[in-house]
Design a protein. Structure first.
Length: 428
């Protein structure tokens, strides 16, 4: 059988199996080649044009490498390879940008779509005609679609998650916890790839991690995915890299402003048909907004030519008194935040949607429930938590990402009026 190789920017030459080759050729996976990994971050980091397809391929490679290093069976290797590849197959256009709006309106996330695609209950590409679908490819290769879907979702149902959308879901047992932990946990294939890849394509150095050391020091102990004591320093580096990448890239203020503008443009016309988002690519969503006219088209045009709103009002977490924290907590809900925005616009004599409020904490937990989790176990003849060996883990749990609690943005010419009004409305 002819061997198949793909050249990857981050991991070099990757050999793929016939199973992975078939999955990569599916319309669902090819759609990811048209969805930017970092959403609108390219407006601030011009080279950040890499895609979810690349990241999925990289996660497959890292998961396969870990499986090989810890000595898993060939069946488990195939299962992890497929799960790593498919873990993001249900992502919306511009990745996490629209996640909070999607959840707020439909109480669903991209993980729900991912699960349904893998199990064959949702067709994200209905216009592709007759074809072999993902669950059929998995079954033909001896893998259970239900098992793959369960591995993708299982960590979000475990005790360490901060994912509120899973609170009412029935927890499903995973026979071998290490399988799901290799895909999604405090130290996993997903994070190793996206940190390396995102750092490279944004041009920042914060995401640099010692992946080879991590690969060599991961272990399976009593059914759990752990790291050997010799890998503690490499694990510290990964956690620091994650924290810094969120501060400097993922939650950069200009990136957040662009994402908020796009989200509001989409919400204004898709409140009752958000499901349609699941079928679109980035370009298709932009075309959809432009054809809609009005405010959605204005936001699409502003983003197309990088005419971003500016910060009018910002308050840091460290500056908040207790009463202000309570006031912000009351307006974090989707509906309440929109009402506050409308009130600011009304009093500033602006059209609706031209003063936007960003309270990032809920969205951070939605897009990355692992962000404050540093509790990977360390094997040193017995099991201890990482914090037993280093104070860095605890320090990172206390680190604020981002450093602002609330930001209000608008057009440049409205900044002074909006800043004056926002303070009164937010903390009245």
């Amino acid at each position: 059988m002819e061997r198949i190789f793909i050249q990857d920017t981050i991991h070099g030459t990757i050999e793929i199996s016939p199973l992975i080759s078939d999955l990569l050729a599916s319309p669902e996976m090819q759609r990811l080649a048209h969805i930017k990994q970092l959403g609108l971050a390219y407006l601030t980091f011009p080279s950040a044009n890499h895609t979810r397809f690349e990241h999925s391929l990289g996660t497959h490679y890292v998961a396969s490498t870990i499986a090989r290093e810890v000595g898993l069976s060939s069946e488990e290797k195939d299962l992890l390879a497929a799960t790593g590849l498919l873990h993001d197959v249900g992502h919306l256009p511009f990745s996490h940008t629209l996640e909070y709006a999607f959840y707020s309106i439909l109480k669903k996330t991209h993980m729900d779509i991912t699960k349904r695609i893998i199990e064959g209950t949702y067709d994200i590409t209905p216009d592709c005609g007759e074809r072999e679908r993902i669950p059929e490819i998995l079954e033909r290769n001896g893998l259970s679609p239900a098992t793959v879907a369960r591995l993708v979702l299982a960590p979000l149902r475990s005790e360490w998650t901060l994912s509120p959308w899973m609170d009412d879901e029935k927890e499903e047992e995973i026979p071998n916890p290490y399988l799901s932990q290799i895909i999604h946990s405090e130290a996993d294939a997903d994070q190793i790839d996206y940190l390396l890849r995102d750092a490279y394509f944004t041009g920042v150095s914060h995401g640099t991690i010692d992946r080879e050391r991590l690969f060599k020091t991961f272990r399976i102990h009593n059914g759990e995915f752990v790291i050997d004591k010799k890998g503690v320093y490499a694990m510290e580096g990964m956690l620091i890299a994650r924290s810094l990448m969120y501060s400097s890239v993922y939650f950069h203020h200009a990136v957040r402003i662009a994402e908020t503008m796009l989200s509001r443009g989409v919400e204004s016309i898709l409140s009752f048909e958000m499901q349609a988002l699941g079928n679109m690519t980035d370009a298709e969503l932009f075309c959809f907004l432009q054809k809609a006219g009005g405010y959605p088209a204005e936001m699409a045009c502003a983003l197309k030519y990088r005419r971003l709103f500016k910060r009018a009002y910002v308050k840091k977490l460290s500056e908040l008194i207790e009463e202000e924290k309570k006031a912000l907590l009351e307006i974090t809900s989707y509906d309440r935040k929109r009402k506050v925005e409308e009130e600011i616009c009304l009093k500033a004599n602006l059209k609706r949607g031209y003063a936007l409020v960003d309270i990032p904490a809920p969205e951070l937990l939605l897009s990355e429930p692992r962000i404050h989790k540093t509790g990977i176990n360390v094997y040193d003849e017995k099991i201890n938590s990482l914090s037993y060996y280093t104070p860095i883990a605890r320090a990172l749990q206390r680190r604020n990402i981002p450093d602002w609690a609330v930001m209000v943005c608008c057009r440049e010419e409205s900044k002074e009026d909006v800043a004056r009004i926002a303070e009164k409305i937010l903390f009245r």
